[in-house]
Design a protein around this ligand. Structure first.
Ligand SMILES: [Zn+2]
Length: 379
C-alpha cells in the first residue's frame, strides 16, 4: 500500500487523491485557501465588506416582504448566520429542507431559533419514498458522494423558494476559514450526476426531487436575478464561541459533531466514509482551522487519532438507518464490499462546465457564482 503522505502545514493527506504538494511540502488546498482568504479579508476591511453586503441586500429587498432567505439545518453555522442577519436588521425567511433524518436536537434548534427571534420559517419536505430510493441509489453507486442528494436538495430548494416568494437574495453561511473546501476527489456535485445515478439504479426518473440543473440556475440567476451572499467569509468567528452565544440567545443545543444534526449524515461520516472509502471528512474542516490559525496542527492530528464517534452509538445509528431505508444487513454488506467508483463513472455536467469555463470565470467575477466554483470545477 502507498505510504500516506501528509501536508507540512495542514492535516490533509494522500487519502485525497487530488492532493499535490509544492517544494515546501505544502498542499494545493492550503494554497487555495490562502488565495481565497485574500479575497475575503477580515478586520476593518472585512467589516466594510459586510456592511456593503447588508446595504445591497436591503436595497434589493426594498418594498418586498423579505430581504433574504437563510437556509437552516439546526447546526451551528446556519443558526449563527440567522442570528447575525437578524442583528443586521434584515427581514429573513428561514428555509429548512426536511429530508426525514433530522435529529431531535436539530428540530429543537430550528423551533427555538424562529420563536426566539420572531422570524418566519418555511419547511420544505422531500417526498420521503423517492428520497429514500435516491439515497439507496447513491449507496449502490459505490461513490463517495453519498450525501449530495441532501446538499443539492438544500441548495436548489433555497433558490426555488426565493423564486416563488420573490425574495432577491440568499445568505449562505459558508466560512472558508472554518470549513475549507472539499477535495473534488471526495465530493463532486451536480444535478445531472444525481439524475444519472437515480436512473441507473431505479430504472425511473426523478419526479419530486428539487434537482439543480444548469437550466434552473440560469433561470434563477439571470431571469429572477437571485443573488447569493457569503458574509461569514469576512468574519473571524469562533465556532465554539458562536455555539455559546446561540445557547444563550436562542436556546440552541449542541449535538456534538460537525454536521451531526442529521442521523444519516452522522452515520455516513463516522462509519461508511472511513470504512469503505478511507475518507475522514474531519480532515477538511480541521485543516481549514489549522490554516486560519484557529487550531494547532498537533491538536488537529490528535483529534484525527481519536475516535470519530463511539462504536456502540455507530451500531445504533446503523440499525436505525438500515430499518429506515428498508435495507437488510446482507444488502448493506454488499454495498460496503462493492468496488469503489467515482463521479467519472456516471454522467455529469463536468465536460459542459469545462467547455464553458470562460463564462463561469466571468460569472464568478460578477459574483453570480461563488469564487470557489471556478477554482474547483472549471480551472
Ligand atoms: Zn495543506
Amino acid at each position: 500500500m502507498k505510504k500516506n503522505e501528509i501536508c507540512a502545514k495542514c492535516v490533509s493527506d494522500t487519502t485525497m487523491s487530488d492532493i499535490v504538494f509544492n517544494e515546501k511540502g505544502v498542499c494545493n488546498f492550503c494554497v487555495l485557501q490562502e488565495d481565497l482568504e485574500k479575497k475575503y479579508p477580515l478586520g476593518a476591511e472585512g467589516e466594510k465588506n459586510i456592511q456593503l453586503i447588508i446595504q445591497e441586500i436591503k436595497k434589493r429587498g426594498y418594498k418586498k416582504k423579505y430581504d433574504c432567505i437563510v437556509g437552516v439545518s439546526g447546526g451551528v453555522d446556519s443558526t449563527y448566520c440567522v442570528l447575525l442577519a437578524k442583528k443586521w436588521g434584515l427581514r429573513i425567511l428561514a428555509v429548512h429542507l426536511d429530508n426525514g433524518w433530522n435529529s431531535l436536537e436539530a428540530e429543537h434548534n430550528i423551533k427555538t431559533l424562529v420563536e426566539k427571534l420572531g422570524i418566519d420559517l418555511k419547511v420544505v419536505k422531500v417526498n420521503k419514498e423517492e428520497f429514500k430510493k435516491l439515497q439507496i441509489a447513491f449507496l449502490k453507486a459505490s461513490v463517495s458522494e453519498i450525501e449530495i442528494p441532501t446538499d443539492v436538495g438544500i441548495y436548489s430548494t433555497l433558490y426555488k423558494v426565493a423564486a416563488q416568494e420573490d425574495i432577491p437574495s440568499i445568505i449562505n453561511g459558508h466560512s472558508i476559514r472554518q470549513e475549507g473546501t472539499q477535495p473534488l476527489s471526495w465530493t463532486y456535485m451536480d444535478g445531472k450526476y444525481i439524475d444519472s445515478v437515480y436512473e441507473k439504479f431505479t430504472g425511473e426518473k426523478l419526479k419530486y426531487f428539487n434537482n439543480l440543473k444548469i437550466s434552473n440556475m440560469i433561470y434563477y440567476m439571470l431571469v429572477k436575478r437571485i443573488k447569493e451572499y457569503r458574509p461569514l467569509e469576512f468574519l473571524d468567528y469562533d465556532k465554539q464561541e458562536a455555539g455559546k452565544i446561540l445557547e444563550k440567545e436562542t436556546d440552541w443545543k449542541d449535538y456534538g459533531g460537525h454536521h451531526f444534526e442529521s442521523i444519516y449524515t452522522r452515520f455516513v461520516a463516522s462509519y461508511i466514509m472511513p470504512t469503505k472509502f478511507d475518507i475522514d471528512k474531519r480532515k477538511v474542516s480541521l485543516s481549514a482551522k489549522v490554516r486560519s490559525g484557529k487550531l494547532k496542527r498537533d491538536e488537529a492530528l490528535a483529534v484525527l487519532n481519536g475516535e470519530y464517534y463511539p462504536v456502540e452509538k455507530i451500531k445504533k445509528d446503523q440499525d436505525f438507518v438500515l430499518t429506515r431505508l428498508g435495507l437488510s444487513n446482507k444488502e448493506f454488506d454488499e454495498i460496503m464490499g462493492s468496488p469503489i467508483k467515482t463521479h467519472k463513472d456516471y454522467k455529469t455536467y463536468l465536460t459542459t462546465i469545462k467547455k464553458f469555463k470562460f463564462f463561469i470565470k466571468i460569472a464568478c467575477k460578477l459574483k453570480l457564482l461563488p469564487i470557489v466554483f471556478y477554482e474547483k470545477y472549471a480551472k
